[in-house]
Ligand binder design. Structure first.
Ligand SMILES: Cc1cc2nc3c(=O)[nH]c(=O)nc-3n(C[C@H](O)[C@H](O)[C@H](O)COP(=O)(O)OP(=O)(O)OC[C@H]3O[C@@H](n4cnc5c(N)ncnc54)[C@H](O)[C@@H]3O)c2cc1C
Length: 440
């Protein structure tokens, strides 16, 4: 068997503008693209009907078809990455494995071990920055640590940006027979049923750039969840890499600085999680690690099911439960309500979103939850307690969003508020102040 390069797709399920794939195709070795349905992740999912697994499987099948049409072989394997690579390294002696960096704690550890296993088998491991513009230590504050002020980070981000950092990698043009390997016998690719999953399709917009008109108006519409085209809805594509972040950033840079700013938040939260992996399960701020959260299970269930009696929160949670998506403004209302009004540990909400969101991304979810709880490296002030009614008046004044997801709103069937706002606000402030003082 001649020497080959394996390109390992993970959060980059596309052939165009793909940094690691371009490097593999330029390596001079014939390339075999590979996807591993990782049992370390899949076995932990709470449901066998998971829209994300269906989405991934569809994208992998599409990549496989494109590879075959171009004259190559695509490998898709169900298993544990370490075992898969030990076997592949034995089969393809001296292989070079190419991939794109993944900054989540599990992925970073896994990649370190995979690299060691490959090395022990005489193979090599090469990883590339692809899903962010500035990664890891590339944009630190003056102290040599990540800046804790987003405004300072985003200013530095814009100042450091060079045109070539947003330029597309030439992977699509290089993806042709001469650069691909055709294996004599490839194992059949696993189906959802082979992996014990059922098909569960949810609406996902096309993996294309949003319409220019939407992007131009983005700053005016993004906080109006009742509008049909309120925001780009591209988060799921950024999560799975079906759209290149560089592509979307180029469009945002040209048409709307507010959208670019939101994408800079994405870079920022990825950097924070990479520096502080413990924040996936623990509050960043040590003074808020012992908050006596109430963690009332009945109230948590009411929140999950959209029965709090606060319409913007309930509409958001019902949309999430039915579609796997929730607009940012509703996420803010729902998360703020859980951690402040109900005084439930942010980790309960973080986990619920992790189970349900199609665009679930650990760095973005943890970053935003800790922001809302006031516990993060970057966070809203702990004493800020949004009024759900004011939020509703500001962001859904015609009740378009609420009526769509809570049809019984305004009738006797709609629940009374689970807790009174003023009382809950004071209780949250008193509890958090006491926690702060106790820790000082
Ligand atoms: C409690 C909470 C949990 C969240 N969990 C996730 C998550 O798991 N995955 C996720 O991708 N986003 C998360 N977000 C951020 C944001 O709500 C979503 O990215 C956004 O709603 C996705 O819709 P969109 O693509 O239409 O966004 P748009 O408004 O069109 O924004 C474009 C892109 O900018 C980025 N962006 C926008 N808002 C934010 C933000 N607040 N923080 C970071 N990046 C942002 C996203 O990549 C988004 O796709 C969360 C926000 C909150 C308040």
């Amino acid at each position: 068997m001649p020497k080959i390069a394996l390109f390992w797709h993970r959060r980059d399920l596309r052939q165009h503008d793909n940094a690691g794939l371009a490097a593999a195709l330029q390596s001079g070795l014939p390339v075999v693209p590979l996807f591993i349905y990782d049992r370390e992740i899949l076995d932990l999912l709470p449901s066998r009907r998971d829209a994300r697994v269906t989405f991934i499987q569809q994208q992998v099948e599409q990549l496989a078809r494109q590879t075959e049409q171009a004259g190559g072989t695509f490998l898709a394997v169900y298993g544990r990455p370490l075992e898969v690579f030990a076997e592949l390294a034995r089969q393809f002696e001296g292989a070079a494995v190419y991939t794109n960096e993944d900054y989540e704690p599990y992925a970073a550890e896994r990649d370190a071990v995979v690299a060691a296993v490959l090395q022990a088998h005489g193979a090599t491991f090469h990883s590339f920055k692809d899903q962010v513009i500035f990664a890891k230590n590339e944009l630190l504050g003056k102290s040599g640590k990540p800046s804790k002020v987003f405004g300072a980070y985003s200013k530095a981000w814009l100042a450091a940006l060079q045109d070539e950092q947003l330029a597309a990698f030439p992977s699509a043009g290089l993806f042709r027979a001469g650069n691909l390997a055709r294996l004599p016998a490839a194992p059949p690719r696993p189906t959802l049923a082979d992996m014990g999953f059922e098909e569960f399709e949810q609406f996902v917009p096309a993996a294309e750039l949003p319409e220019a008109a939407l992007v131009k108006n983005y700053h005016l519409t993004r906080d109006q969840p009742g509008l049909v085209n309120s925001s780009t809805r591209r988060s799921v594509h950024l999560r799975f890499g079906t759209l290149s972040v560089r592509e979307l950033m180029r469009q945002a840079r040209e048409l709307n600085p507010k959208l670019l700013n939101e994408l800079i938040w994405r870079d920022y939260f990825m950097m924070l999680l990479w520096h502080y992996p413990f924040t996936a399960i623990e509050s960043y701020d040590p003074r808020l690690r012992r908050v006596p959260y109430r963690n009332n299970e009945e109230e948590f269930r009411a929140w999950c099911e959209g029965r709090t009696g606060y319409p913007l929160v309930d509409a958001g949670m019902r949309e999430l439960n039915q579609t796997g998506y929730m607009p940012n403004r509703a996420r803010i209302a729902a998360a703020g309500f859980l951690v402040k009004h109900l005084l439930i540990d942010w980790r309960w909400g973080d986990q619920y979103f992790a189970d349900k969101l199609l665009d679930y991304d650990m760095s973005q979810n943890v970053g935003n939850w800790q922001w809302m709880a006031g516990t993060g490296a970057v966070a809203a002030p702990w004493f800020r307690v949004y009024s759900p009614q004011n939020q509703l008046d500001a962001y859904d004044p015609q009740l378009t969003y609420v009526k769509k997801w809570v049809p019984e709103f305004g009738t006797a069937a709609y629940p009374k508020p689970i807790v009174e706002h003023k009382f809950a606000r004071q209780r949250a402030i008193d509890t958090l102040r006491a926690a702060y003082r106790a820790a000082e």
